[in-house]
Design a binder for this molecule. Sequence first.
Ligand code: SF4
Length: 74
Amino acid sequence: MHELTVRCTIDNCHYWGQGNVCDAREILITSDQVGGRYPQHIDTQQLSTILEEVGETPASRCEETCCKTFKAKR
Ligand code: SF4
């Protein structure tokens, strides 16, 4: 698998790092619909549950996608 740097501007996220780099080990990008349907704690570990219940979630535009791993900084 290739290395990927995720750049992000959501600086109030727990995983946000200096230089606008996401410090999470992995993140879950999904549709806004899934983001709204499942509570905050549902993340990459529960991907199989999402796939069983919803399936893949194709999008037509970037506006239809979200970062499900977002967690507000405390
Ligand atoms: S988890 Fe998502 S929202 Fe948070 S810093 Fe990473 S890419 Fe941005």
